[in-house]
Design a protein around this ligand. Structure first.
Ligand code: SAH
Ligand code: SF4
Length: 394
């Protein structure tokens, strides 16, 4: 059963969710098996959600026996599931040591987006981010990153009784700074992109970064996917204060790295995320400075960035406030008038604290909206027993 915790797994064995297809191939070769066996195994895990080797009926019995001794397929332990009145679903997963991470599914008319975490906590310490305020606990393993998609995809297929893919987009915008966990994020991305895995398009997998310049260059070279850069300020003085990493990689370096990234990117633009903070970075003067900043770096008239203005989700320890909606609109207007495509992010899942940067919540599944959305999309609805998934629904 996908996502369930196999209680008898031996932690000394290898968790196969940690491997991309090349890694799994090497592992299988170590067992004396050919690559096509690794492909079969990979498809069983990721396309069918299997975790029990005995269910993998077309694998030779001898291989299944070897796997039982040497390997395991271990997902994450869900602690809770919350469904918002707008259909957003948030899961909290236990990652041991008293730490939890969150994963959020955001259904929209034409896509299903999963927002996943890359670290427990975060060391960057942005002022407006509740994860940053929690501090850093540890990097997630590749298998723990993949397990969020593995769980959500197969849970949702079962929930909506669908054979086809439910999740079309992945954004690494949950907890953590993905490029500070580069070595684990890359194989996880490869599993998402692999046609034998989830087969997601590079354009529909987005890494969001606070701007770790050398790792942006590496990502461009090794696994170019869509890139979002958390900008939040038009000047170094302000960005130093909001995103402390700016002291290490200031705006000039960051903007040049964005320009280089575009040589390899699957899209012809970078998305700049900009969290709107009342009286801090939301003045029209800031918008004008942003226009100047972007113009300074835009090469040869190429369309190379879009802005996504994010309404700040307040939390008490931040001491910050969300900008008024009319201020956000006026700010957006300055950018749009300068020819910059700008969107204002819809806040999703507010009633379950699932909006980006919101990591705690304890709310009721009030309206069963997942089911309403399913009806709108003509998906079959099947009530799901949370016991099946070892999830506590609160
Ligand atoms: N560490 C990466 C990805 C995770 S944060 C990054 O910083 O890009 C994902 C997005 O959520 C970032 O753009 C971040 O600025 C935004 N965010 C964090 N806290 C927020 C809050 N309280 N309200 C709104 N957006 C927030
Ligand atoms: Fe870390 Fe991103 Fe939060 Fe900054 S916004 S503290 S980089 S998770």
């Amino acid at each position: 059963m996908p996502g369930a915790i196999a209680s008898r797994v031996d932690p000394m064995t290898v968790n196969l969710l940690d491997y991309d297809l090349d890694g799994l191939t090497r592992f299988c070769e170590g067992l004396g098996e050919k690559r096509y066996r690794a492909v079969q195994l990979f498809r069983w895990m990721h396309q069918k959600g299997a975790s029990n080797f005995d269910d993998m009926s077309d694998l030779a019995k001898s291989l299944r026996e070897k796997l039982k001794v040497a390997a395991r397929v271990e997902g994450l332990k869900p602690i809770s599931q919350h469904i918002s009145s707008d259909g957003t679903i948030k899961w909290l997963f236990d990652v041991g040591g008293g730490n939890a991470i969150e994963t959020v599914f955001i259904p929209e008319e034409d896509r299903g987006t999963l927002c996943i975490s890359s670290q427990a906590g975060c060391a960057i310490g942005c002022r407006f981010c509740s994860t940053g305020h929690q501090g850093f606990s540890r990097n997630l393993k590749a298998g723990e990153i993949v397990a969020q998609l593995w769980f959500a995809e197969h849970f949702l297929r079962k929930h909506f009784q669908r054979d086809e893919r439910v999740i079309s987009n992945v954004v690494m915008m949950g907890m953590g700074e993905p490029l500070q966990n580069y070595g684990e994020v890359i194989p996880a991305l490869r599993v998402m992109l692999d046609d034998h895995g989830y087969g997601l398009s590079r354009r529909r997998v987005t890494v969001s970064t606070s701007g770790i310049v050398p790792k942006m260059d590496l990502l461009a070279e090794q696994c170019p996917v869509a890139l979002a850069v958390s900008l939040h300020a038009p000047t170094d003085a302000l960005r130093d204060d909001l995103v402390p990493l700016n002291k290490k990689y200031p705006l000039d370096e960051l903007m040049q790295a964005c320009d280089r990234y575009l040589e390899h990117a699957p899209r012809d633009f970078i998305t700049f995320e900009y969290c709107m903070l009342a009286g801090v970075n939301d003045q029209l003067e800031h918008a004008q400075q942003l226009v100047q900043l972007v113009r300074r770096y835009a090469s040869a008239g190429r369309v190379w960035c879009k802005f996504n203005l994010i309404p700040f989700n307040p939390f008490p320890a931040s001491g910050l406030r969300c900008s008024a909606p009319q201020q956000v609109q006026a700010f957006a207007r300055v950018l749009v008038d300068a020819g910059i495509v700008t969107t204002v992010r819809k806040t999703r899942g507010e009633d379950i604290d699932a909006a980006c940067g919101q990591l705690a919540g304890d709310v009721q599944d009030r309206t069963r909206v997942g089911e309403r959305i399913a009806r709108q999309r003509n998906w079959t609805i099947k009530p799901v027993s949370m016991d099946d998934q070892s999830v506590k629904e609160t």
